[in-house]
Design a protein around this ligand. Structure first.
Ligand code: ZN
Length: 275
């Protein structure tokens, strides 16, 4: 979608699978199964929708899919399925790696940071050599100081040799005109969402604050969330504004409905929209 000097599009790094129960926390299976069909091992298929924001000299990517640094064990767990990688998809959309100027990392989990780095002649290097990678200070802390609960959610190779490219934020910040990173917490302490304001239109990319359209109700919080009550209250607060302002909402992990608009705040009814 082209709008007032901005070009917005979605790219993808394919799909992967996670346990349906963990994805929906306290929501009973008969309810979530209306949205996601579980396989024989109770896993559901999730997308890796990457938002691309182009404006003048700036090309920003929001989150980075699963990447290429998986061993056999992780591959078995996540069952990554793709006909093309994020890099191939970007290339088909005429976005070369060297042209990317900004990477916005919602949080450090491995399904959001896969292509932060890649292999080049057996060495790990930043995938986007000219980009600054923006994340919250708390996110870097969570990556560097994991505990037994949080450690399995990270792949440390995604951050190897990346230090010189990382820009740390502490709270909300407008990175370039119209584009703001907003620290939301909830899913992780350092989790941030991305908003784009163009004219009277607002777009928001939720990361794991609202991973799919089926998680739109504030109480539908993932079991993965470290601070579920913060997720609940932040969702409520943002969705009230999103309804009033008729924002376009992006869902990172929704393979069928990557973008939608909230048309009823009582029932949390969504209308699918395309960008
Ligand atoms: Zn996550």
């Amino acid at each position: 979608m082209k709008i007032d000097g901005f070009d917005l599009l979605l790219a993808s790094d394919g799909t992967f699978k996670l346990d349906g129960g963990a994805m929906f926390g306290i929501v009973p299976k008969p309810v979530w199964e209306k949205y996601f069909r579980a396989d024989e091992r109770n896993k559901i298929t999730l997308g890796t929708n990457v938002l691309v924001i182009k404006s003048g000299k700036n090309t920003a990517l929001v989150d980075l899919g699963m990447g290429d640094k998986f061993d056999k064990k992780l591959e078995g767990i996540y069952e990554i399925d793709r006909t093309k990688t994020l890099l191939q998809d970007l290339s088909e959309k005429d976005i070369e790696r060297e042209a990317v100027t900004h990477i916005f990392i919602t949080h450090g989990h491995l399904d959001h940071t896969g292509w932060a780095t890649t292999y080049s002649h057996d060495k790990i290097v930043p995938t986007f050599p000219n980009a600054k990678y923006y994340m919250q200070e708390d996110t870097l802390k969570e990556i560097r100081e994991p505990n037994q609960k949080t450690k399995p959610n990270y792949n440390y190779l995604n951050f190897e040799n990346l230090d010189d490219h990382i820009e740390l934020l502490n709270g909300d910040e407008e990175v370039f005109p119209g584009v703001e990173l907003i620290k939301s917490g909830g899913h992780t302490k350092g989790h941030q969402v991305v908003t784009l304001r163009v004219g009277n239109k607002t777009f928001i990319y939720f990361g794991d604050l609202i991973p799919t359209s089926a998680h739109i109700k504030p109480a539908y919080v993932m079991a993965y969330d470290l601070y579920p009550m913060d997720t609940f209250s932040k969702k409520k607060e943002i969705l009230e504004k999103a309804f009033e302002g008729e924002w376009t909402l992006f869902f990172e992990h929704d393979p069928a409905t990557p973008s939608a608009q909230l048309v009823d705040i009582e029932s949390y009814t969504l209308k699918k929209v395309t960008v």
